[in-house]
Design a protein around this ligand. Structure first.
Ligand SMILES: Cc1cc2nc3c(=O)[nH]c(=O)nc-3n(C[C@H](O)[C@H](O)[C@H](O)COP(=O)(O)OP(=O)(O)OC[C@H]3O[C@@H](n4cnc5c(N)ncnc54)[C@H](O)[C@@H]3O)c2cc1C
Length: 342
C-alpha cells in the first residue's frame, strides 16, 4: 500500500519501522527536520518503568508495557541499535525521613498487579552488591524487568535508517494541517493515500478533542565521580526524581511534571529541585558538569491513557503521555492489527 504518516516523532517512527517490514511504501511528513528536537520522543529519558509507572497509572499500561519490553529488541535490531536497550531492573530509594513514601509507593504497586510481588526489599549490603555507588542508602527496592531505551540514540539512528530507505519519502519541515480518511493536507495541498496515520502528538490538537500538553523538564549531567548503572528513582514528599544512566558517566535527571503547554526553558525552581535532589542522593554529582537542560510537553488525553482511533483508511494514535517509550511498540502493534491489517 501507499501509506502516509503525519508526525515522525516516537510513534511515527515505530509505525514506519513496522510498516516497512510489511512491505509498504511510505510518505512521511513532519514539521521538524529529521534530526530536530521538536518531538517529545527526543527529550524523553526512555525509561521502561513498567512497574513504577503503576503508582499513578492503570493496569492497561502495565500490560502494554510488558509487551513493548518484548518488542523493543526487534525494533532496535532493524536499525542495528541493539545496544540501546537495557533491562537490568531499576532501584527505588528515599532518604530515611521519607521511608513512609517509599513503603506506600511499593504497597501501591503490589496492590495493582500480582507480578509486583517480585519487587525485592534491599538492605544496605544487598544494595551495595547491585549498585556500589548507592552505599549511603540504607533502604531501597529492586524492581526486576525494568530498563531503558536510549531515546536519543533511537531517534538519531531511526532517522538515518528511514532517510536511507528506498521505500520512503520524507517531507521534512512540512506542517500538516489536516489528516482525514485517505488524505493529508500539507501546506494547502491535499494528497491522497491508501491509508494515513496521524501521529502528530500534541500537534494534532486541532483534530483530537481534549488533547493537552504536560510540561516536563530534564537535565543532562556528566558526572565522572558517579557510577550508577541502573535507572534509579528517589522519592520525596514534594517531588520524585529519576536518574537514568547513559554511556560515559552521563546521566539524564528528570523529570518535572507540570500542567502546562509552556515549552520555554527550564525554570529556576525546577532546576534547583532536580539538582539539589540529585546531589543529596550522591555527593559525586557535586562536581558534575551540566550538559543541557531540556523542556518538552507530553501529549496527554483527559484520562492520561493512550488512544487509538480507527476510521476508513485512517488511524490516529495519541495520548502516550509520560509512557511513550513504554507503550509505543505495543500500541502500534494493536493499532495495526485492529486497523490496516484487519
Ligand atoms: C521530559 C520528558 C521525559 C519523558 N520520559 C519518558 C520516559 O522515560 N519513558 C517513556 O516511556 N516516555 C517518556 N516520555 C514520554 C514520551 O516522550 C512521549 O509519550 C512520546 O514522545 C509521545 O510520542 P508521539 O509520537 O505521540 O509524540 P512526539 O514524540 O512528540 O512526536 C510528534 C511528532 O509530530 C510532529 N508534528 C507535530 N505537529 C505536526 C504537524 N502539524 N505537521 C507535521 N508534523 C507535526 C512533531 O514535530 C513530532 O516529530 C517523556 C516525555 C518528556 C517530555
Amino acid at each position: 500500500m501507499n501509506i502516509a504518516i503525519a508526525g515522525v516523532g516516537l510513534v511515527g517512527r515505530v509505525l514506519a519501522l513496522n510498516l516497512l517490514s510489511q512491505g509498504h511504501t511510505l510518505t512521511l511528513f513532519d514539521e521538524d527536520t529529521a534530526y530536530g528536537d521538536k518531538p517529545a520522543g527526543m527529550t524523553a529519558a526512555g525509561m521502561l518503568a513498567v512497574f513504577a509507572e503503576l503508582e499513578t497509572a492503570e493496569s492497561i499500561i502495565f500490560e502494554h508495557g510488558l509487551r513493548s519490553i518484548e518488542l523493543w529488541p526487534h525494533l532496535l535490531k532493524i536499525i542495528d541499535l541493539e545496544e540501546a536497550y537495557q533491562l537490568k531492573g531499576s532501584i527505588i530509594t528515599a532518604h530515611p525521613q521519607d521511608y513512609s513514601e517509599l513503603d506506600h509507593f511499593i504497597s501501591t504497586l503490589k496492590s495493582k498487579v500480582k507480578e509486583a510481588q517480585d519487587i525485592e526489599l534491599l538492605d544496605n549490603a544487598s544494595l551495595i552488591k547491585l549498585e556500589p555507588d548507592l552505599e549511603q542508602h540504607h533502604k531501597a527496592f529492586y524492581i526486576p524487568h525494568e530498563g531503558q531505551v536510549d531515546a536519543q540514540q533511537f531517534m538519531q539512528r531511526s532517522s538515518d535508517y528511514l532517510l536511507a530507505h528506498e521505500d520512503i519519502t520524507w517531507h521534512q519541515e512540512s506542517k500538516v494541517e489536516e489528516v482525514s480518511e485517505g488524505s493529508i493536507t500539507c501546506e494547502g495541498e491535499v494528497k491522497a493515500f491508501d491509508w494515513v496515520f496521524d501521529s502528530r502528538g500534541l500537534g494534532a490538537s486541532s483534530q483530537i478533542k481534549n488533547l493537552r500538553g504536560v510540561r516536563g523538564e530534564v537535565i543532562w549531567l556528566d558526572a565522572p565521580e558517579v557510577n550508577i548503572t541502573r535507572p534509579t528513582r528517589m522519592l520525596h514528599p514534594r517531588y520524585k526524581i529519576y536518574i537514568v544512566p547513559r554511556a560515559n558517566n552521563r546521566y539524564v535527571i528528570g523529570a518535572t511534571e507540570i500542567e502546562s503547554q509552556d515549552q520555554s526553558e527550564m525554570s529556576l525552581r525546577s532546576s534547583m529541585e532536580l539538582l539539589s535532589a540529585v546531589y543529596s542522593m550522591h555527593s559525586g554529582f557535586g562536581e558534575a558538569r551540566i550538559v543541557k537542560m531540556l523542556t518538552n510537553c507530553r501529549p496527554t488525553l483527559k484520562d492520561n491513557l493512550p488512544n487509538i482511533e480507527q476510521g476508513n483508511q485512517l488511524t490516529r494514535i495519541n495520548g502516550l503521555y509520560r509512557h511513550g517509550y513504554l507503550l509505543a511498540p505495543a500500541i502500534v502493534e494493536k493499532a495495526l492489527n485492529e486497523g490496516i491489517n484487519k
